[in-house]
Design a protein around this ligand. Structure first.
Ligand code: APR
Ligand code: PHB
Length: 396
């Protein structure tokens, strides 16, 4: 296939770009994907791991559920740990039978990469210097460099699925975009280790020393996080110190079952909430992290990316198959309604679970009261559960 013209030019081969490409490919809409890094680099990045029910259902529906069904771990609840106790949030019972799936973003990205390869549709890894031209007119095009050679591709629309630091958002005129941001004064120190998890479900812990999370990738691979200072240095956290701190913050029952081992990966990530409005300009559209960032506390980042591209793919398909532009024109509005609900939930869970200052403070007392309310009130627990499994995807 000629590479100088396509219907949708997609920048970025993270989950957003690859899933959009797959949805469009299935519907017979032509795409070209341009990715700055190599395939192995993209697939090795350790990211989130919890898929909402709606994300799982969509992946199954479009033929990407096979390995996830075999290797993913369905979770019907999680624990909140605070004040020395542990309380289960029964997601399944509180939401009328919904659950989440623990399946690493790395695995999903591999499945999507395989699907792209099987389709035979074009994807250029290590595409350098991607630039966007004419997005406000009728004939947009991209320039990029492939193995040292300058290329140009004309298209009908551009989908910038290029993450938080991509070229898409930067190509919108400053006067056309409003951004909203909340930077949190702490980060997450993450560790991945080839040891069985300390509990069969996730544990979100509020502790006077800071937040901790026990998660997993499989029954033999654990993922843990600790709240840390923004300027914390990884070299100050040898594995032993991380395990000791996790045991304290997650509590004695988790500590008793915690298997420790050498880290496979360790990293520190800052936490922030960010939204760009609108999510499009002319013939350029933003999806996933390119348009919004949420702190990981609510496990929403990947799921939001999936709902964006689901909405965007529908809009493009309606345009190419029925000549109907209405959904394209409404894309930003339709997405943002959902985005802000997930931003709100992620912010709320972050404020609730992290050490914000002294333990003897107004904020800490309010957190304790809210946690006690959450586990004591069916209505409060239900509100948490319905957000965690994912708000319904309304057909628009
Ligand atoms: N040219 C080409 N590719 C680019 C460019 C560029 N100028 N800039 C960025 N990219 C690529 C990145 O290398 C990356 O592979 O775009 C991709 C964006 O992927 P992600 O950052 O994973 O973003 P997205 O696909 O929206 O996925 C959102 O990732 O960060 C997590 O929590 C987030 O789980 C959510 C998910
Ligand atoms: C993870 O397993 O990486 C994970 C799980 C739940 C979260 C955040 C991250 O809220």
């Amino acid at each position: 296939m000629a590479r100088d013209r396509t219907q949708i030019a997609i920048i970025g081969a993270g989950p957003s770009g690859l899933l959009l490409a797959h949805l469009l490919d299935r519907a017979g809409v032509e795409t070209l994907v341009l990715e700055r890094h190599s395939r192995s680099y993209v697939e090795a990045r350790i990211r989130a791991g919890v898929l909402e029910q709606g994300t799982v259902d969509l992946l199954a529906e479009i033929g990407l559920g096979e390995r996830m069904g075999r290797e993913g771990l369905p979770h019907k609840g999680f624990d909140l740990a605070f004040d020395g106790g542990r309380h289960r949030i029964d997601l399944f019972g509180l939401t009328g039978g919904k659950q989440v799936m623990v399946y690493g973003q790395t695995e999903l990205t591999k499945d999507l990469g395989d699907a792209r390869q099987r389709s035979g549709a074009p994807i250029v890894y290590e595409a350098a210097d991607v630039s966007i031209h004419g997005a406000d007119g009728q004939a947009p095009f991209l320039r990029y460099v492939e193995t040292g050679k300058s290329q140009e591709v004309r298209c009908d629309f551009i989908a910038a699925c290029d993450g938080a630091h991509g070229v898409g958002r930067r190509s919108m005129p400053a006067g056309e975009v409003r951004t909203f941001e909340r930077v949190y004064p702490f980060g997450w120190l993450g560790i991945l280790a080839e040891v069985p998890p300390c509990s069969h479900e996730l544990i979100y812990a509020r502790h006077r020393r800071g937040f901790a999370l026990a998660s997993m990738r499989s029954m033999s691979r654990s993922r843990y996080y600790l709240q840390c200072a923004i300027d914390e240095k990884l070299e100050d956290w040898p594995d032993e110190r991380i395990w000791e701190e996790l045991k304290i913050r997650l509590g004695p029952a988790a500590a008793a079952h915690m298997k420790v081992g050498p880290s496979i990966e360790k990293s520190i990530a800052p936490l922030r909430s960010f939204v760009a409005e609108p999510m499009g300009w002319g013939r350029l559209f933003l999806a996933g992290d390119a348009a919004h960032i949420v702190p990981p506390t609510g496990a929403k980042g990947l799921n939001l990316a999936v709902s964006d591209v689901r909405i965007l793919s529908r809009a493009f398909i309606a345009y190419f198959k029925k000549g109907d532009r209405a959904l394209i024109d409404r894309y930003s509005k339709d997405c943002l309604a959902r985005v802000w609900k997930a931003v709100r939930f992620s912010w709320w869970m972050t404020q609730l679970m992290h050490r914000l200052g002294e333990e003897e403070s107004f904020e800490a007392r309010v957190q304790q009261a809210e946690l006690s309310y959450l586990v004591g009130s069916h209505a409060a627990a239900q509100a948490l559960a319905e957000n965690y499994v994912g708000l319904p995807f309304t057909e628009t």
